[in-house]
Design a protein around this ligand. Sequence first.
Ligand SMILES: Nc1ncnc2c1ncn2[C@@H]1O[C@H](COP(=O)(O)OP(=O)(O)OP(=O)(O)O)[C@@H](O)[C@H]1O
Ligand SMILES: [Mg+2]
Length: 237
Amino acid sequence: MATDALIIDKINSYYGDSHVLHDVSLTLRKSSLLALLGRNGAGKTTTMMTVAGLVTAKTGEITLFGKPVARQKPETIARAGIRLVPQGRRIFPSLSVEENLKVAAQNREIQNPWNISRVFDLFPQLRDRIKQRAGTLSGGEQQMLAIGRALMGNPDVLLLDEPSEGLAPLIVAEVARGIKEIKNEGLSIILVEQNFQLAMSVADDVAVLNTGRLAYYGSAAEVQANPELATKHLGVF
Ligand SMILES: Nc1ncnc2c1ncn2[C@@H]1O[C@H](COP(=O)(O)OP(=O)(O)OP(=O)(O)O)[C@@H](O)[C@H]1O
Ligand SMILES: [Mg+2]
């Protein structure tokens, strides 16, 4: 049984002629959470989009439980078991909460598959909004719905791109609780965050990108034990 869910090996990604990711390599261990940190424009979203197949790596390899997935179509990558919750939480605003979840459903052979009822167990406040148009939800509820949509795809690997962005502290705590629960289910997660405290409260491993290059990769325990690492790489105290 492979112990690594995802191995990103020296990927180079571009927007047109602009070379954004430079030989980025990361490992996501099975059933663990990797926090991917870095300043604005560091390349975090581009890394997530490359894994999801929305940006094509010009060179490099990405393997999901040993299976190569780089340069495949986004649908193929989703079927293989990777789901992205994009930055800015894209949901269908004119569809109801229930419809948003239904259209995202994908059958995959996993233990304890997701369904609408389980998503509502995870984020109970969505249950009260089941018939409500998603565009009328609060930012926090939209984020919960976006995560719920990804879970309906029954992924093995979940990519969360700044789920706390723009949310009030109480809602951030609720989203963090949800992330912890999902992790305890055995999902392997990459979490992009600007909120260092949130990231450290759930991370097993930490990677820092700086202008498209990997600046740090190590365990969360190592970062906790060496605060100067966070200062050096992230400018946080
Ligand atoms: N669609 C695009 N076309 C051209 N350049 C882009 C595009 N998207 C991002 N970039 C550039 O690529 C670099 C990496 O951007 P990316 O969005 O991956 O960073 P990020 O770490 O996610 O930043 P943020 O914290 O602001 O979300 C930046 O220099 C950005 O300006
Ligand atoms: Mg981003």
